[in-house]
Design a protein around this ligand. Structure first.
Ligand code: ZN
Length: 248
């Protein structure tokens, strides 16, 4: 089953990339019909990916966790980006922004957050990548090469690797950080919450999360968030964060 899904996914992705590259080099072809079929293809890929990787959508009302993530998602919004937030039952301390305006939070990163405000910072950072369309470059430079050459016996683990291995550039990370700071300030959350999370992860994690990737200058990024004085957020949530984490 998984293997077949993977094959379908791969075929769709190749078609999608082909269309994408075509658009880039031949921008003259931008009729509404073509655009529509492009969007349909993107939707199809998303559905395959969600099924293959067993992502759970945050807005669904099924568990305390998904309800809580849905609540955070509604706080972190942007008028230009309609995104979907997903949960992945992966222990890896990571979160990622994917084509099709998807943000995925792993169990590992949720457990690392002592407060929902820290997770809001993570979501805001990923939303920054979507807003600035960083994933477009990421997709073309990596997936096109990796997946076109991939064998048919690939596993979900390999898909995960492909999705996460290509770090965004330092400039892109910096832009996403700036966006996170802006969003957090709008919500009256001190950006220092994110500094706290970054420091914890930097010290204890032997896995390198996407936004603490191998680029140098991590200290600089932490100090960017640290320059804001820490003030306890007064945001109120309908859930008890500790209970949510204990349910994982
Ligand atoms: Zn990032």
């Amino acid at each position: 089953m998984k293997k077949r899904l993977w094959r379908d996914f791969l075929i769709l992705l190749v078609l999608f990339l082909g269309a994408w590259i075509f658009f880039i080099y031949y921008p003259v072809v931008d009729s509404e019909v073509v655009k529509e079929s492009f969007n349909d293809k993107e939707k199809e890929i998303k559905e395959k990916l969600v099924e293959l990787m067993d992502f759970k959508q945050a807005d669904s009302d099924t568990t305390q966790l998904l309800r809580s993530l849905g609540e955070l998602k509604h706080l972190v919004s942007d008028k230009d980006v309609q995104y979907e937030l997903y949960y992945s039952d992966s222990r890896e301390i990571n979160a990622y922004a994917l084509p099709g305006n998807m943000i995925v939070l792993n169990r590992g990163i949720i457990l690392e957050c002592d407060t929902p405000e820290e997770l809001i910072g993570v979501i805001a950072h990923e939303l920054g990548h979507l807003k600035m369309k960083h994933h477009t470059d990421q997709l073309i430079t990596t997936l096109s090469i990796e997946l076109l050459l991939a064998g048919s016996g690939s596993t979900t683990g390999e898909v995960t690797k492909i999705l996460t291995q290509n770090a965004f550039s330092r400039d892109m990370e910096s832009e996403a950080d700036d966006f996170a700071i802006k969003k957090m300030k709008e919500l009256n959350i001190s950006p220092n919450y994110l500094a706290k999370l970054f420091k914890k992860m930097y010290i204890k994690s032997d896995m390198v999360p996407e936004f603490l990737n191998s680029h140098p200058g991590m200290n600089k990024r932490i100090s960017k968030f640290s320059q804001y004085p820490f003030e306890e957020s007064t945001l109120e949530f309908t859930f008890d964060w500790l209970k949510v984490k204990n349910s994982l």
